[in-house]
Design a protein around this ligand. Structure first.
Ligand SMILES: [Cu+2]
Length: 384
């Protein structure tokens, strides 16, 4: 009798876990996790796995057509976006702008509705993860507002644990989303209210304890505040280019990318890394970019357990606005930036001087790349 866990025991690296996910697409999460659960993570060196072990692990799907763990090294098979209820390709531009009304003082009130719920999601082909979500998706909705508006976030907890929404922004202590200030039990509701400031690329996340658990389970999302051009006369054009729905903004190709990861066997280390949850999704479906239109990425790192993440663009350089709170770059002409957890910023670049083709982006934590966090821009003359 072949005892699978013993057979792979200490040799099963995290990279092979991913290969296993590839090759046993259709296997249940229980099966994958059972194998993973027997692995030790003392080392991350896939080189310690013998070819025999790799071959044996890949054996179940001779017809999958993949090129093996040493070939393209991307997931094979498809994640069921319909079942997940979210599609990473659409998430890139899927802004939640809420509902607006006008207050008695003439200001705009922007109201968002967010619910917390438990939900099993597919993070790589055949690999399920028992997530805690905002609005049924990971990352949660990309909330977008304009500087100076009044924001109201109606938060309902339909989950099985206490949760909150802690916004990186400026607000009163009682709106902070920590225990005693907007942390609510299952079945309860809380309304956060504060002004949209400062403009920038921010985030929100659950601040229930243990914090690392609530974050790695999927409770985070982008929180973007566009600058109000009238407040920045010296750089009004730049501000307008960031303000959603202006003609200046429409010239840009804006994308929101939340760098995340998943600890599928709950040992305090991640098995899968991604942008917007699904491993290798932008390798399997490259992001179309019109060559002569500029690109702006709202990039946020929420990876738990690993202290640092990064973004590296191939064959090009970009400007970076740390936390997005300035209208002039905080770093100019770089091809790599690093972010700790909750660090975020705006990346701007152009392929106007390039030939069309596939341009890669990934973190320069190479292991993350091999475990799912890598993608391609498909630069074309015009996006149909
Ligand atoms: Cu929570």
């Amino acid at each position: 009798m072949v005892d699978v866990p013993t057979m792979f025991g200490e040799r099963l690296s995290r990279r092979l876990v991913l290969a296993g996910g590839i090759c046993t697409a259709g296997a249940t999460a229980v099966g994958v996790n059972a194998a993973v659960g027997q692995a030790t993570h003392g080392g991350h060196d896939a080189g310690s796995a013998t070819p025999a072990a790799a071959d044996a692990y890949q054996a179940p799907s001779p017809s999958s057509g993949h090129s093996g763990a040493h070939g393209a090294m991307v997931t094979v098979g498809e994640v069921d976006s319909a079942r997940n209820g979210f599609d990473p390709a659409k998430m890139l531009t899927d802004w939640d702008v809420g509902v607006t009304s006008v207050l008695s003082d003439g200001r705009t009130l922007r109201t968002f509705e967010v619910v917390a719920e438990d939900k099993e999601i597919e993070i790589a082909p055949g690999v399920m993860f028992p997530a805690w979500t905002y609005n049924g998706r990971v990352p949660g909705p990309a909330l977008r507002a304009t500087e100076g508006e009044r924001l109201r976030i109606v938060f309902k907890n339909y989950g099985s644990h206490p949760h909150s929404m802690h916004f990186h922004g400026i607000h009163a202590a009682r709106m902070d989303g920590v225990p005693g200030a907007g942390l609510i039990n299952p079945g309860e509701e809380f309304v956060y209210e504060f002004d949209a400031k400062p403009f920038g690329c921010h985030l929100y996340h659950c601040h229930a304890l243990p914090l690392k658990r609530h974050i790695h389970k999927g409770m985070y999302g982008a929180f973007i505040i566009d600058p109000d051009p009238t407040r920045h006369p010296e750089l009004a054009d730049v501000a307008r280019s960031r303000l959603l729905d202006t003609p200046e903004n429409a010239q840009w190709q804006e994308l929101v990318m939340v760098m995340n990861a998943f600890d599928t066997n709950f040992d305090g280390e991640n098995e899968f890394y991604a942008v917007n949850t699904v491993a290798h999704t932008y390798m399997n479906t490259p992001i179309k970019i019109t060559r002569n239109r500029p690109v702006r990425i709202y990039l946020i790192n929420v990876v738990e357990f690993d202290p640092i993440n990064s973004f590296h663009l191939h064959a090009n350089f970009f400007d970076y606005f740390d936390q997005g709170t300035t209208l002039t770059p905080t770093l100019k002409t770089v091809d790599l930036i690093t972010q700790c957890q909750a660090q975020r910023g705006i990346i701007e670049f152009s392929f106007a001087e390039h030939e069309t083709g596939l341009y890669m982006f990934h973190p320069h934590q190479s292991e993350f790349t091999e475990l799912g966090w890598v993608g391609m821009f498909d630069v074309v003359e015009d996006v149909a």
